[in-house]
Design a protein around this ligand. Structure first.
Ligand SMILES: [Zn+2]
Length: 532
C-alpha cells in the first residue's frame, strides 16, 4: 500500500469515525434493528447476489452459477418460494460452493469437467469502503487480510448490546486485554463498546506495537483511531502493553474495579482468561461479578471449568475473520461450553459432509453465505474451515425471543492439524492436553501445546511443548500417557497412537507454548515449513 493511499484511507477513517461516534445505540432500538434484519433476510440476500455476483462480471461465482444453469430470476423465485437455506442446499448439490482450500486459492476448482482457479482476493466485496485492514492469525498460512468497515461494526454493535442485555452486563465497567492491529479483535471491541456508550476503562494489549513486523501504517492505525476518537469527544483508552505472563496486573486492575460493586466485563481470549483466573486464585480474589467476553479461541469445556471455578462467568463470541461476527453466547439453557446463537440476519449457514484429508475423518463443515452489503467478502456457500453442530432449540433466553433461534456449538476447525496422513479431527487430543495432562503432571491447560512441524522434505514431526514453569516431569511417562489416552478412543485414534509410537513421532520440548502474532495461544499449533 502506498503512502498516498494510506493518507486517503486514514482521512476517510477519521471522517467516518466522527459519524460513527456521533450516535450511540440503546437496547430497545438494537432489538428492533436485529428483528428487521431477520425479517428482510431474503430481500437482503437477493440484493447482494444481484449486485455483487450477477452484475459483477469479475465475481468467481458467475462461472459456477452459469454451469449450474442458475440465472438471477431462477435464484429469485427459488428463494421466494423455498427460502434461503433450501435454495443454498440446491445450489450446493449443483456444485455451487467452495471448499476452504478452493476459497483460499490452494486448490483448483473442478466442477462438471471444468477447471477454475480463484484467489482469495477475488471474493473481496467490491462495494465496501475499507477503513482499516486486519489480518487473521491463521497458523498454517501467512494470514488473511480483511477490509474493516465502520458501518459493519455499527450494525454488529446491536447484537453485542442485545447479548450484553441478556446477561445483565450492559452497564458494567469494561476492561480489555486484546491485541492491537493487525489483529482487528481489540479495536472492534472498543468500537462496539463506544456504540454501547460504555468505553473500556483500560486496554491492555498482549502484543507490543514494536513487536509487530507489518507496515508502519498498520502499526500506527490503532493509535490513530485512539487519538482521533478524542477529537470527537469519545476517549478511547490508549493500549498498554502487557505480556501474557503479566496476568496478575490485569487481576489487580479487576480487583480495583470490583470494589465499585458493579461487576466487570473482561474482554479477552479464552487462554488469557484462564491465566487471569489462576492469578486471582493466587491472590485469593473471588471473581463473582466478572463476565469474560471470549472470542478467537475455542471455549473448551476445560477452560470453562477453570473460569467457573474462579467464580466468574463467560459470554462466548464466535467470530471468523473471513466471515465476520457469527454468533453470541446463549444466556439460557446451554448444551456446550461454546453454545452460541447464530446471528442469522448477518449470514446464512448450511452444512455438508466432507473428508478432512484424503481418507481422513469426515466432518459436517459449515458453508457460509453473506446477506449484508457490508460483508468483507462476498460468500456464497463457502467453507470457513470450521465444523460443528447447528440446531434450532428452545433455550429461554432473550436472544431466542428476538428470533435468533438457531444454535451453533462444538465448534472446531478442521484445517488445523494433521500428522502422517492421520488427522486429529474427532479425536480426544484437546481433552488430553487440556484436562488429562494438567491433572497428572501439574500446571494448567495453558502450559501444554501440541506442535506440528514440517521439515524441508515435508515430513511431519509432532512435539508437545510443556512450559518450564510446570517443573520436573518424567517425559517418557508424559508420552506414554498421551498414547494410552488415545488408545482408549475409537479405531482411528488407536491407529494413530500406534503410528506415533512406532515412528517415535512424539517428542517433548520444555518450552513455553507458542503464542501467535495476535496474542493467541492455541492448544494445537502448526510450525510453518522452513523455506530456507
Ligand atoms: Zn439462548
Amino acid at each position: 500500500m502506498s503512502f498516498i493511499s494510506d493518507v486517503v484511507k486514514y482521512s476517510r477513517l477519521a471522517f467516518n469515525l466522527r459519524g460513527f461516534l456521533s450516535s450511540t445505540i440503546n437496547v430497545e432500538e438494537s432489538k428492533q434493528t436485529v428483528t428487521a434484519g431477520l425479517r428482510n433476510r431474503e430481500r437482503n440476500l437477493l440484493n447482494l447476489v444481484q449486485k455483487g455476483i450477477y452484475q459483477n462480471p469479475k465475481s468467481p461465482y458467475t462461472k459456477l452459477l452459469q454451469m449450474a444453469g442458475c440465472e438471477y430470476g431462477d435464484m429469485e423465485s427459488l428463494v421466494n418460494k423455498e427460502g434461503i437455506e433450501a435454495t443454498l442446499k440446491k445450489l450446493l448439490a449443483e456444485g455451487v460452493y467452495l471448499s476452504w482450500e478452493e476459497f483460499k486459492g490452494k486448490k483448483e476448482v473442478v466442477r462438471g469437467g471444468r477447471h477454475f482457479q480463484f484467489r482469495e482476493t477475488d471474493f473481496d466485496n467490491p462495494f465496501l469502503v475499507s477503513h482499516f485492514e486486519a489480518s487473521s492469525s491463521a497458523s498454517r498460512s501467512a494470514g488473511t487480510r480483511v477490509m474493516m468497515n465502520l458501518d459493519r461494526f455499527s450494525y454488529q454493535a446491536n447484537h453485542a448490546a442485545v447479548a450484553f442485555a441478556a446477561r445483565g452486563i450492559l452497564g458494567s465497567p469494561i476492561l480489555l486485554w486484546m491485541p492491537i492491529l493487525p489483529s482487528g479483535a481489540g479495536l472492534v471491541a472498543v468500537l462496539w463498546a463506544a456504540k454501547m456508550s460504555n468505553l473500556p476503562r483500560r486496554w491492555f494489549s498482549p502484543v507490543e506495537a514494536r513487536a509487530i513486523k507489518p507496515a508502519l501504517a498498520k502499526r500506527l492505525a490503532t493509535y490513530y483511531v485512539v487519538y482521533a476518537s478524542r477529537l470527537f469527544g469519545a476517549a478511547f483508552p490508549k493500549p498498554e502493553y502487557l505480556s501474557l505472563e503479566q496476568a496478575h496486573k490485569v487481576t489487580d486492575c479487576l480487583a480495583e474495579i470490583l470494589k465499585e460493586g458493579r461487576g466487570c466485563v473482561l474482554w479477552t481470549f479464552a487462554n488469557s482468561a484462564v491465566r487471569v483466573c489462576q492469578a486471582a486464585r493466587e491472590r485469593q480474589l473471588e471473581l463473582s461479578g466478572v463476565t469474560f467476553i471470549l472470542g478467537g479461541e475455542p471455549l473448551t469445556p476445560a477452560k470453562m471449568k477453570e473460569i467457573r471455578a474462579a467464580g466468574a462467568k463467560a459470554l462466548n463470541l464466535y467470530v471468523a475473520v473471513e466471515v465476520g461476527l457469527i454468533g453470541f453466547g446463549c444466556a439460557g439453557q446451554t448444551v456446550a461450553s461454546d453454545d452460541v446463537h447464530h446471528c442469522k440476519d448477518l449470514h446464512a449457514v448450511i452444512q455438508h459432509r466432507r473428508e478432512t484429508s484424503p481418507g481422513g475423518m469426515s466432518v459436517d463443515a459449515f458453508l457460509f453465505t453473506s446477506l449484508l452489503p457490508k460483508a468483507p467478502k462476498i460468500l456464497l456457500n463457502v467453507e470457513s474451515g470450521d465444523h460443528g453442530v447447528i440446531e434450532t432449540r428452545h433455550c429461554g433466553c432473550q436472544l431466542e425471543e428476538l428470533g435468533l433461534t438457531d444454535h451453533i456449538y462444538s465448534i472446531r476447525s478442521f484445517d488445523k492439524l494433521t500428522g502422517e496422513g492421520m488427522t486429529f479431527v474427532g479425536t480426544d487430543i484437546l481433552r488430553i492436553i487440556e484436562e488429562v495432562l494438567p491433572v497428572k503432571f501439574g500446571g494448567t491447560s495453558a502450559d501444554y501445546q501440541m506442535v506440528e512441524e514440517e521439515d524441508e522434505q515435508g515430513y511431519t514431526s509432532l512435539s508437545l511443548s510443556v512450559s518450564p514453569e510446570v517443573g520436573a516431569i518424567d517425559e517418557g511417562e508424559l508420552i506414554k500417557t498421551i498414547l494410552s489416552e488415545l488408545r482408549k478412543g475409537k479405531d482411528t485414534q488407536r491407529m494413530m497412537a500406534e503410528i506415533w509410537s512406532q515412528a517415535k513421532m512424539l517428542r517433548v520440548k520444555r518450552q513455553r507454548p507458542f503464542v501467535t502474532a495476535a496474542g493467541k495461544l492455541l492448544p494445537l499449533h502448526i510450525q510453518k515449513r522452513k523455506t530456507s
